[in-house]
Ligand binder design. Structure first.
Ligand code: AMP
Ligand code: GLY
Length: 424
């Protein structure tokens, strides 16, 4: 099978690594890819949102399956674009329809979906320009802290947690009246703050059946001890020590099954991943967010622990065979540490020479923001490289990633050395 993978991060390097382990994959193209994905297939210089360019490539190369890494093309309707074109409709797109992608693309849609399906989540209300004054009054009487979420995609910056009413009123006004995130903040969800520990579950679904992938916990803050600004993710571990069978059964009964039922009842076409961000409050799971894709860097720990053939699972989403397949998880522990550029997640430096990646033999090195020039590797993004290790215990996996994260060199390298240590 000829497969096209869309995206260019560490997640896509891990996907390319896993996809090409399948005997079902004969050729892999990655658009636009990175120097890591180029080790597994042909990178094609195309934006993930250039649907016409993607169409041309698919027809020219006789692509049979398109695996969508990031959320933006899904929220923009790439699944529907393929379905509506007679020349493309037989190509298997791995991802939800535009309506399904609203679970990530619109926080208000996701909250309404959860409420309708009795899925535990923080209480909320949504506001826009029409009921702006009501929103101000709602904030003034709301318990603190208070959580504000821009409805649409805002490059991971659309959530504000305010410790004071004044701060919340300021951000609320900035989002709705000053259009801080444009259309994405025309509607704002205000929700109660939940106190607990975060973790994530991932399912692969055909819209009716699902299989559970390994769960993971990521570390979003830039600073050690979970301090400082939010990032795309500074590291991840899998499995998550506190996600035992009892907790996972609650997640299944209270969250996954009602989510599947809601998707079916609303006639949502969904042939892809659902990434459910959870918070464990006392011993109960609540949904913080849905994403319509895999996480980054969660993918860098999930896929190394997935023993099943990923392409066989993907194909099963389209041929009705998902219920007959097993999703086998490795008993090993995986840990990844993300090496980032100086300044990240704010303005960061690029173009720094990266050395010693080839010295690493006992970890997986997944490229995120790198570029090759004259056969030399340079930094080219905020998140540069994820170093993933697999071992019999979490502490061994962490120690191995820490050792190899120290080996890779470039000017301004930064990484969190405390990933997963609270469980160690
Ligand atoms: P989101 O973009 O929805 O994942 O939100 C970003 C981060 O904000 C989450 O990973 C949580 O750490 C935090 N967060 C979001 N909603 C809540 C909530 N209701 N209570 C506590 N923390 C939250
Ligand atoms: N690591 C969080 C995300 O991919 O959304």
């Amino acid at each position: 099978m000829k497969i096209l993978l869309l995206g260019s991060g560490g997640r896509e390097h891990a996907l390319a690594w896993k996809i090409t382990q399948s005997p079902l994959c004969t050729t892999l193209f990655i658009a636009p890819g990175n120097p890591g994905t180029a080790l597994f297939g042909s990178n094609v210089s195309l934006s993930v949102n250039d649907f016409e360019g993607i169409k041309k490539l698919c027809l020219q190369e006789e692509i049979q399956m398109v695996v969508v890494g990031p959320e933006e093309p899904l929220v923009r309707g790439i699944y529907d674009f393929f379905q509506q074109d007679t020349a493309l409709q037989d190509i298997q797109v791995i991802g939800p329809s535009q309506k399904g992608a609203q679970l990530e693309g619109s926080k208000a849609f996701a909250k309404e979906f959860m409420q309708k399906n009795n899925i535990p989540t923080a209480s909320y209300r949504e506001f826009n320009q029409d009921n702006f004054e009501e929103g101000l009054a709602y904030i003034r009487q709301h318990a603190l802290p208070i959580v504000l979420k821009a409805d649409g995609l805002a490059a991971g910056k659309g959530v504000v947690i305010s410790e004071t009413h004044e701060d919340a009123l300021f951000h609320f006004t900035e989002m709705i009246q000053d259009k801080k995130f444009g259309e994405a903040s025309a509607t704002v969800v205000i929700e109660a703050f939940l106190t607990g520990i975060e973790c994530s579950v991932f399912v692969l679904t055909d819209g009716k059946n699902y299989c559970l992938l390994p769960s993971a916990k990521d570390y979003k803050r830039i600073g050690e001890g979970d301090t400082g600004l939010n990032t795309g993710g500074m590291g991840a571990i899998s499995p998550v020590p506190f996600m035992d069978e009892t907790f996972l059964e609650k997640v299944k009964q209270q969250i996954i099954l009602p989510t599947m039922k809601g998707i079916e009842q609303d006639n949502i076409i969904y042939k892809g991943f659902i990434f459910i961000g959870l918070i464990k409050v006392n011993n109960d799971p609540f949904v913080i967010e849905y994403n319509c894709r895999l996480g980054d860097p969660e993918t860098e720990v999930i896929l190394p622990r997935l023993e099943s053939d990923l392409v066989e699972l993907f194909a099963a989403l389209h041929n009705g065979k998902l219920k007959d397949l097993d999703c086998v998880h490795s008993p090993l522990h995986a840990a990844t540490m993300m090496l980032v550029s100086k300044g990240y997640p704010e303005d960061y430096e690029k173009g720094k020479l990266i050395t010693h990646t080839n010295d690493i033999t006992d970890s997986l090195v997944f490229h995120a923001g790198t570029v090759l020039k004259d056969n030399q590797l340079y930094t080219n993004g905020g998140r540069v490289i994820a170093v993933t290790s697999l071992a019999n215990s979490l502490s061994e996996a962490l120690a191995c990633s820490a050792k190899n994260a120290a080996t890779i060199q470039y000017e301004g390298k930064y990484y969190r050395k405390d990933i997963g240590w609270e469980f160690d």
